[in-house]
Write a protein that binds this ligand. Structure first.
Ligand code: AMP
Length: 306
């Protein structure tokens, strides 16, 4: 089923606790999402870059088979973001956000993308996410991401969005901010009341909580010994999850068990993303490695002796 993601493509500057620093790393939500989703099937992106975005950078996305017809190049500079990780590698400070072309009009959805069934609205102002929704008349399954900035500055529009989507994926601190509830389960249940069928609350190295109208689930993160750069973990988690769902031609993609299985795929691909800066690890990742880790993780979830 055609899968499309709307969000950012940009250049990141990343500092990790070891003191290592990387500049001008190809990043952005669409980048990580689409690279991760590509392991399951075709994926299209809708994003905007500046004239400083090179053919080589476009080729990196093409290497993953990502359809970049919806990657619009405009006069101006590409979005830039800088982050510095705390010692625990889970928390980070944003050092700067230069919206550049991302601050202008959102990109238009190409005509040939309008048949998309499965849509992921990565982090964007909710007004822009609502506008994107209108541009997919055939959508069957829509999941969105959001962030603290929109929860505090655009709550009314975000609440409108929540009535129009199947699922919401967000971090635990954002769930607390959106619901006013400190307990993650209570926070997720509160968000369900606002409209979506399910909420996935990400907890970094502690995995995720999944609250669905039909049940509740929780997954640990894959226990990684080597975390080099956590940037993009959340977006590739969403990419693995949505890519898996889009590759399954079932009537109801939002079913409890389908989404739960998809979260396992998200967890596994995210565990590879964090093993290197940027897309480094996903660029060398073989399908076989992915399947082996998936199998090991599923085995781990079945506790022997119980
Ligand atoms: P994640 O680590 O999965 O939460 O996502 C990291 C990516 O989000 C980085 O590659 C950034 O370029 C991108 N990003 C950070 N802030 C923003 C923002 N305000 N709007 C869009 N993308 C952003």
């Amino acid at each position: 089923m055609p899968l499309v993601v709307t969000g950012s493509v940009g250049f990141d500057s990343i500092e990790v606790p070891s003191g290592e620093k990387r500049e001008h790393v190809l990043g952005g939500s669409c980048t990580y999402f689409s690279a991760a989703a590509s392991f399951h099937g075709p994926v299209r992106i809708v994003a905007v870059v500046g004239k400083d975005f090179t053919d080589e950078q476009r080729a990196v996305l093409a290497h993953f088979g990502v359809d970049t017809k919806g990657l619009e190049a405009r006069d101006g500079k590409t979005f830039r973001w800088g982050g510095r990780y705390h010692a625990n590698m889970d928390e980070r400070d944003t050092l700067y956000t230069e919206l550049n072309v991302l601050g202008g009009e959102p990109p238009r959805v190409p005509e040939e993308y309008k048949d998309a069934d499965v849509v992921f609205l990565a982090n964007n102002p909710p007004r822009v996410q609502l506008d994107f929704l209108e541009q997919f008349p055939h959508k069957r399954f829509v999941v969105a991401d959001t962030m603290d900035l929109w929860i505090t500055t655009a709550r009314a529009e975000l609440e409108q969005l929540l009535t129009r989507i199947d699922g919401l994926v967000l971090n635990y601190d954002e769930a607390e901010l959106l619901s006013g509830k400190q307990n993650t389960v209570a926070a997720a249940r509160d968000i369900l009341e606002k409209g979506p069928r399910f909420v996935v609350v990400k907890k970094g190295e502690h995995g995720c909580l999944f609250v669905h109208r039909e049940g509740i689930g929780a997954l640990p993160a894959y226990p990684s010994e080597r975390v080099v750069d956590p940037t993009g973990a959340g977006d590739s988690f969403a990419g693995g999850m949505m890519g898996f769902l889009a590759s399954h031609d079932v009537d109801d993609l939002g079913r409890f068990d389908a989404v739960y299985a998809a979260l396992v795929h998200g967890t596994i691909i995210a565990s590879f993303t964090i093993e290197d800066f940027g897309l480094g690890r996903l660029q060398t990742l073989k399908r076989q490695e992915l399947l082996e880790r998936l199998e090991a993780f599923v085995k781990m979830l079945r506790v022997p002796g119980l």
